[in-house]
Design a protein around this ligand. Structure first.
Ligand code: PMP
Length: 400
């Protein structure tokens, strides 16, 4: 009966990682992975996370009972405060529905599943390019997927005109997915002015706004700065679906900690929305996992721990921006043809280098430097030992 099932090609991101792992070359460099690495190239357990884990392990009140379907209350409350700001009227008026999810991916899956079920429109807009899982989730849900122009690959900048034009042409009630900060894969975010224009079109066309928010604090090192666009949209009276991930900013990749927050026009509606979100969670994973969410809730609800977490965040975001600057400087010193200013205009973990697929292939085959076919590199993979080697690799593929 199942003999006709075709082989599904490997996931693009994890496929590159497999090839990297199999490469025996001693100089190989992995610039594909979306996870933080130290200057020694190692994963980093945030000191505040380690300390919290040790304390939780000693806590006799901890058990392994099921959490509520919608998750830990202390986690949900502090997640909403983190993204909306503690003094947000949404919070003061209790106008939000939040559920704890299995990573940011779970938040996206639950939020989009809710919209698929309850929105009058089946049309969902994704930026070109975007995180590939957006497309996959919407495909699984049977949504009508459309794209809006986002990045101009020839000019290495935001395609402001194209984006606004495409959103303006969206049918009323469609959902538009935005990356709240540190757009993946390009690293190119709208400016404040551009966010304002985007907000205007969303209002004009009565679109539903879904914010994928996977990099708060990780992008600039400043939690509030990274939440600027989200808070601006809220101030403008928009209600949002916000999918938060704690994978990057807490380094809790495999603990799968995320939160979906939906802001609503009234507390009554918020309760109804929450009850429906809980139905979706119940049928997919039933109850969320405890360990990571407990760590996050503990840290976010304790001022001293919160301050230490911010220090840890700075360590990561500072190293990433140093690597960004260092790569740029080296390309300038080498005199690599082209304008590399876009490297500095982009933020966060990723950079869209502008390397073309054939150049990426040479980088990998000849230099054993692994990056995405799109030319996206993860700055976390750069360090003081491999920077020169990577810069020379880029220089060679551009000049030969
Ligand atoms: N959205 C974007 C844009 C991401 O880059 C990621 C992580 N790669 C996610 C969502 C999902 O994060 P998580 O690992 O928490 O599911």
């Amino acid at each position: 009966e199942f003999s006709e099932i075709p082989l599904c090609p490997p996931d693009v991101v994890f496929g590159v990682l497999d090839s990297f792992n199999q490469d025996p070359d001693p100089n190989k460099v992995n610039l594909s992975i979306g996870a933080y690495r130290t200057d020694e190239g190692d994963p980093w357990v945030l000191p505040i996370v380690k300390a919290t884990e040790l304390a939780l392990a000693q806590d006799v009140l901890q058990d392994h009972e099921y959490l509520p379907i919608s998750g830990l209350t202390a986690f949900l409350d502090s997640s909403a405060r983190l993204v909306l700001g503690a003094s947000s009227t949404i919070i003061l008026e209790n106008r939000y529905a939040a559920v704890q999810t299995i990573g940011g991916t779970g938040a996206i899956r639950i939020g989009l599943g809710f919209l698929k079920k309850f929105s009058k429109s089946n049309v969902f807009y994704l930026p070109t390019p975007t995180w590939p899982n957006h497309n996959k989730i919407l495909t699984e849900l049977g949504a009508e997927i459309r794209s809006y122009r986002y990045y101009d690959v020839d000019k290495n900048c935001l395609d402001e005109k194209g984006m606004i034009e495409d959103l303006r042409a969206a049918p009323e009630g469609s959902t538009v997915i935005l990356h709240g900060v540190a757009h993946n894969p390009t690293g190119m975010d709208p400016t404040k002015d551009q966010w304002k224009q985007i907000c205007d079109v969303i209002k004009e066309r009565s679109l539903t706004t879904f914010v994928d928010f996977a990099y708060q604090g990780f992008a600039s090192g400043d939690l509030d700065k990274d939440a600027w666009a989200v808070r601006y949209f809220i101030e403008q009276g928009l209600n949002l679906f916000i999918a938060q991930s704690y994978s990057k900013n807490f380094g809790l990749y495999n603990e799968r900690v995320g939160c979906l927050t939906v802001t609503c026009s009234s507390p009554k509606l918020a309760s109804c929305v929450k009850s429906q979100l809980a139905v979706l969670c119940r049928t997919i994973w039933s109850n969320p996992s405890n360990h990571g969410a407990r760590i996050v809730a503990t840290v976010l609800n304790n001022p001293a721990m919160f301050a230490e977490w911010k220090e840890n965040l700075r360590v990561m975001s500072d190293r990433l921006s140093q690597m960004r600057q260092a790569l740029y400087d080296r390309l300038r010193v080498l005199g690599t043809p082209g304008n590399w200013d876009h490297l500095l205009a982009q933020i966060g973990m990723f950079s869209y280098t502008g390397l073309k697929p054939n150049q990426v292939e040479i980088m990998t085959k000849k230099f054993h430097i692994y990056l995405m076919k799109s030319g996206r590199i993860s700055l976390a993979g750069l360090n003081s030992k491999n920077l020169d080697y990577v810069a020379k690799g880029i220089h060679e593929v551009i000049t030969t």
